[in-house]
Design a binder for this molecule. Structure first.
Ligand SMILES: [Zn+2]
Length: 185
């Protein structure tokens, strides 16, 4: 009987191998599909700010130098030679060359990314526009601390950047799981 069973067992074994391979291969495709789907859904959820962000990127790519620093949590982090300061617009963060070397600033921008994911289409009105207005007038209003405003304070909290000393602008932050201290001027 053994002799007759063997080819059948082999067939079963081959079938199992093939099915296993199909499941394994499909899992890779499924993972990729889920990844792309997640990015597209996040893009739609954050569409107004993403359009502004990618339009800025297009301009920077055509007229200046652009470098991809990181791709993290469905967000592209770029450094641009034409950028002044840093901005977080949905699926894209654009940093100036000075900020690109400051992990705490990138963490702060990742805090804005979380705000964008929470607020969706409301982000530009609740965070983006007030933040830009605040950046241009806070000194004139007599404030020394840029991070005093709710948009910035909240971004620091979400990006794990925390104030140690409010008068000297000393910040601590978590970057790649390590707590560090930094002076933000
Ligand atoms: Zn900010």
């Amino acid at each position: 009987m053994d002799v007759f069973l063997k080819p059948k067992q082999n067939q079963i074994h081959i079938v199992q191998l093939v099915i296993g391979k199909i499941i394994k291969n499909n899992k890779i495709y499924m993972d990729k599909l889920v990844k792309y789907l997640k990015f597209i859904l996040l893009l739609i959820w954050q569409l107004p700010q993403s359009i502004v962000g990618w339009a800025m990127m297009l301009f920077f790519v055509i007229f200046g130098k652009v470098k991809l620093l990181h791709y993290i949590n469905n967000t592209f982090i770029f450094e641009s030679s034409l950028m002044r300061g840093s901005i977080s617009l949905g699926t894209v963060i654009i940093c100036c060359s000075t900020h690109a070397d400051k992990p705490a600033t990138i963490q702060h921008e990742l805090g804005h990314v979380k705000q964008s994911k929470y607020l969706g289409w409301l982000y530009l009105f609740v965070i983006g526009i007030p933040s830009i207005v605040w950046a241009s007038i806070y000194r004139r209003l007599g404030y020394r601390n840029y991070y005093h405003f709710y948009t910035e304070k909240w971004a620091n909290k979400l990006g794990y950047v925390k104030v140690i000393n409010k008068t000297t602008n000393y910040y601590s932050y978590y970057y790649l799981g390590i707590e560090k201290n930094i002076l933000i001027s």
